[in-house]
Design a binder for this molecule. Structure first.
Ligand code: ATP
Ligand code: MG
Length: 234
């Protein structure tokens, strides 16, 4: 944990970990995965990293996606655009994530580590899940997906295995609030935890690729819900 960590950031980290302040001795690890039909893992990782960095946390995004490597490329582009991100992005597209984090001492150097997992790589998704304090799965409630979404989500969550960490689903690229509401209702009836806050479909999210995601858009509310799970219930 960084020595500059102040009381407010320690409180935010503690809330995310769900522990007492006195026990916060390492970075919180948030793993971002996806379920079938889901998009927006990398966008979610980068926007949330931005929002927490702006709150004062020292944030590391690990780009663990061997295929598209979007968060790595995003950071590289931002440097090229002379718009360096207010957080660090490192690459480790392999399933020995835990070893790498410990070897590099990232768990001590950062307050929050966000792992951006790849779309098709189950081994990396599981490796991220094994070391995570919290898991966020993105999904998009498109009309085509909506029927299969609850089942697929349940299977994905079930397949992750037994671990006592919160696993939540975030609906992204939402084009219709009514559709999102239906998807939430359906998934909740299967016992899945779906965040109340959703991320709307907006061109702005696509345009911010390669830039600091200034303002954070819908992810400000998502971060708030993640940090204050009890406050929002609808
Ligand atoms: N809320 C949104 N509104 C509109 N477009 C979005 C939104 N979120 C993400 N996108 C766009 O959708 C595409 C996929 O997003 P992203 O790369 O974040 O998904 P991913 O799940 O990480 O994909 P991959 O499986 O390739 O890693 C990108 O073009 C991105 O800009
Ligand atoms: Mg990605």
């Amino acid at each position: 944990m960084s020595e500059t960590l102040n009381q407010a950031t320690r409180q935010a980290v503690a809330r995310l970990l769900g522990v007492e302040l006195s026990q916060v001795t390492r970075a919180v690890i948030l793993a971002i995965g996806g379920i079938k039909g889901g998009i927006g893992k990398s966008t979610t990782a980068m926007f949330l990293a931005y929002v927490w960095a702006r709150l004062g946390l020292k944030v590391l995004v690990i780009c663990a996606d061997p295929k598209s490597g979007t968060s790595r490329k995003w950071a590289r582009r931002a440097n090229g655009n002379k718009d360096p991100l207010p957080f660090t992005v490192r690459t480790h597209p392999s399933d020995d994530l835990e070893d790498r984090i410990l070897e590099e001492g990232w768990d001590q150097d950062y307050d929050l580590i966000i792992i951006d997992t790849g779309g098709d790589n189950e081994r990396i998704l599981r490796a991220a899940y094994r070391i995570a304090d919290r898991m966020l799965l993105t999904a998009s409630p498109s009309p085509v997906d909506i029927d299969v979404l609850p089942d697929t989500a349940r299977t994905t969550v079930g397949d992750l295995g037994e671990r006592d960490i919160p696993v939540s689903i975030l609906l992204t690229s939402v084009k219709s609030d009514a559709m999102a509401l239906d998807a939430k209702k359906e998934m909740r009836s299967f016992g899945l935890d779906v965040l109340t806050q959703t991320v709307k479909h907006r061109l702005k999210y696509q345009q911010m690729y390669g830039w600091t995601p200034e303002g954070g858009l819908d992810y400000v509310a998502v971060q708030h819900e993640l940090d204050n799970p009890k406050e929002i219930s609808a």
